[in-house]
Design a protein around this ligand. Structure first.
Ligand SMILES: Nc1ncnc2c1ncn2[C@@H]1O[C@H](COP(=O)(O)OP(=O)(O)O)[C@@H](O)[C@H]1O
Ligand SMILES: [Mg+2]
Length: 144
């Protein structure tokens, strides 16, 4: 079992897609084991996206991510890091495979609905960024 961090970005929240996107993840047998709404300050967004500092889209990205509330969650499941990245699709919806979340819902390469950790190492760091240990839970999925 792996854990990964997912953020439902401002465009997901303001278009009323929170439930739709969580439903996709739950439908693929991932458990939501932590869930919280945040409104990041610009400084927090800059810290979270520090790896992108200096890139031409950095200011737009941090301004956008701090523009309205977002939903952070930890998902748990088999090969969660890679599988969730596959489910969300490429960064730019023009390059995202048909049927992926970004292919279906992203507005453009900036407002692309969802963030997901890109490796086990970044998942661990990103989960710690948003959640305390006691805010993360564990349960078994039951079908009945
Ligand atoms: N060329 C770009 N133009 C505008 N925004 C971008 C661009 N590249 C990336 N972004 C934004 O920065 C976020 C982080 O970039 P990156 O880590 O490369 O993509 P991903 O979210 O797929 O891991 C993207 O999800 C997107 O919101
Ligand atoms: Mg990334």
């Amino acid at each position: 079992m792996e854990r990964t961090l997912v953020i439902l970005k401002p465009d997901c929240v303001w278009r009323g897609l929170i439930g739709e996107i969580i439903k996709r993840f739950e439908g693929e047998k991932f458990n939501v084991i932590a869930l919280k709404m945040f409104h990041l300050s610009v400084e927090e967004a800059e810290k979270f996206y520090a790896v992108h500092q200096g890139k031409e889209f950095y200011e737009r990205l941090t301004g956008y991510m701090s523009s309205s509330p977002i939903v952070g969650m930890v998902l748990e499941g088999k090969k969660a890091v890679l599988r969730i990245r596959e489910l969300i699709g490429a960064t730019d919806p023009k390059n995202a495979i048909f049927g992926t979340i970004r292919n279906k819902y992203a507005i453009n390469g900036l407002m692309n609905v969802v963030h997901a950790s890109d490796s086990l190492e970044s998942a661990s760091k990103e989960i710690t960024f948003f959640f305390k240990t006691e805010e993360i839970f564990h349960y078994q999925r039951r079908e009945e």
